[in-house]
Design a protein around this ligand. Structure first.
Ligand SMILES: Cc1cc2nc3c(=O)[nH]c(=O)nc-3n(C[C@H](O)[C@H](O)[C@H](O)COP(=O)(O)OP(=O)(O)OC[C@H]3O[C@@H](n4cnc5c(N)ncnc54)[C@H](O)[C@@H]3O)c2cc1C
Length: 388
């Protein structure tokens, strides 16, 4: 047994939605004992930063590089929370350049895409730091027990408490449970965790709670966009052709170019040591498959550089790469939910003392940080009076 404590509340996942939920919840319930369990080494989830041991001094945002808030419904909860993040100096307006690359690789500065519509914000530090700062605000960090590198594979509910089991056999007990990830609720868990039943379905059999049945039905139809990200560590002297001093610079490929080069977005990220990191995103299925089947990863990486150089051949601001850059590759099996979103009305079951948040809920922020934050705020608002 990892811990004999029965927590008031356990949170599975340490992405931005979990951090927002935990910080808001604790602010209103300072005496509660809560724990957060995350399989990764730190906070941030899909909006985190690679700080590798191999490449000292490099910090590359390898998932979401920034956040964009549309909030066209003018949701006051979201608005005041974003204002709070700005006032705390956790985020600021992201006025980095965004280039849309069209067929002729000409540059067009138009700010419109799924990831750039609305107001764009950038973390004052890295993306992982943003999640850390959110949880650390109001000195709440000490109030939470963190269990990193811990993968929950089984969940049970026995009338009044939840019992979670990790892959290593550690047990965790709590009165209430929050799932900020839907892995344990979705059929992809069967393959990923090598199980024969979806863990939440096993914990709450069919016909016991209409809300849970509906939630699982919606998720049955939810799909995910896989992505590859290439983290390119450029050489000492690599720079832009022009003078550009801001932290990030984005190049977004329009559909026809995305098909041709198999890249979706390229984000240049200036490092503290003034070197330039380049993160290339791809959701091209052929490229992902050719990575999976590649016999020689080095040859595959060289092809990525060739592609990059072709794309930027006549570009006025980007230099070609030299082929001796170091590249690490991150494979996102489920980078973003897609298709069916889950209704917010299914976020909490009082009978089973379980709540859910994350970017997989309905709303214009579906599949983005905006949706993650808003779902966490709404969940916290719904349950703050219920969990006594
Ligand atoms: C490559 C990429 C680019 C993106 N670009 C953008 C962008 O430009 N703008 C934007 O708004 N959004 C973008 N997104 C989406 C954005 O990153 C997500 O919407 C957001 O980070 C989701 O946060 P979350 O807290 O809901 O979920 P997550 O960050 O996924 O948090 C869930 C956490 O739960 C953990 N976990 C899962 N299962 C278990 C388990 N069984 N036991 C323990 N821990 C578990 C996971 O490790 C994860 O850390 C991008 C995503 C990716 C991957």
């Amino acid at each position: 047994m990892k811990s004999d404590v029965t927590y008031d509340l356990l949170i599975i996942g340490g992405g931005i939605s979990a951090c927002v939920f935990a910080s808001k919840y604790l602010k209103n319930n300072i005496t509660k004992k809560i724990a957060l369990i995350e399989i990764g080494r730190g906070l941030g989830g899909r909006s985190s930063t690679r700080i590798s041991k191999r490449f000292k001094g490099w910090k590359l945002n390898h998932g979401s590089p920034n956040l964009n808030i549309t909030n066209s419904n003018n949701n006051p909860l979201l608005k005041s929370y974003i204002d709070e993040l700005i006032d705390n100096k956790f985020i600021k307006i992201d006025d980095s350049e965004i280039f849309f690359l069209n067929e002729d690789s000409n540059l067009e500065i138009i700010k419109k895409s799924e990831f750039s519509c609305g107001v764009n914000y950038i973390s004052l530090d890295s993306m992982s730091e943003l999640s850390k700062k959110i949880i650390d605000s109001n000195n709440l960090k000490e109030k939470i027990d963190f269990f990193f590198e811990t993968l929950i594979v089984d969940m049970k509910f026995n009338d009044k408490e939840w019992l979670l089991t990790s892959k290593n056999g550690d047990k965790f007990k709590s009165k209430y449970l929050i799932c900020s990830t839907n892995l344990l609720l979705h059929k992809r868990s069967l393959k990923i965790l090598n199980l024969n039943q979806i863990p939440l379905r096993k914990a709450i059999p069919i016909n016991n709670d209409k809300k849970i049945d509906l939630l699982l039905n919606f998720l049955e139809a939810q799909t995910f966009i896989p992505r590859l990200t290439f983290l390119i560590h450029t050489n000492e002297n690599y720079s832009y052709k022009d003078y550009y001093s801001k932290k990030q610079r984005y190049f977004i490929l329009k559909n026809n170019l995305e098909k041709k080069y198999r890249f979706e977005r390229i984000i240049f990220q200036r490092q503290d040591n003034h070197k330039l990191g380049i993160v290339v995103h791809s959701k091209n299925v052929e490229l992902i498959n050719s990575y999976i089947s590649a016999k020689d990863e080095e040859v595959f990486k060289q092809k990525i550089i060739t592609n990059f150089n072709k794309l930027f051949e006549e570009n006025s601001v980007v230099h070609k790469l030299t082929f001796d850059e170091k590249i690490s590759i991150m494979k996102w099996r489920a980078s973003q939910p897609s298709g069916i979103a889950v209704p917010l009305s299914l976020q909490f079951s009082g009978k089973y003392r379980i709540g859910f948040c994350g970017d997989w809920f309905e709303g214009e922020g579906f599949g983005r940080i905006e949706g993650s934050i808003l779902s966490a705020l709404i969940l916290e608002n719904k349950i703050k009076d219920l969990i006594k």
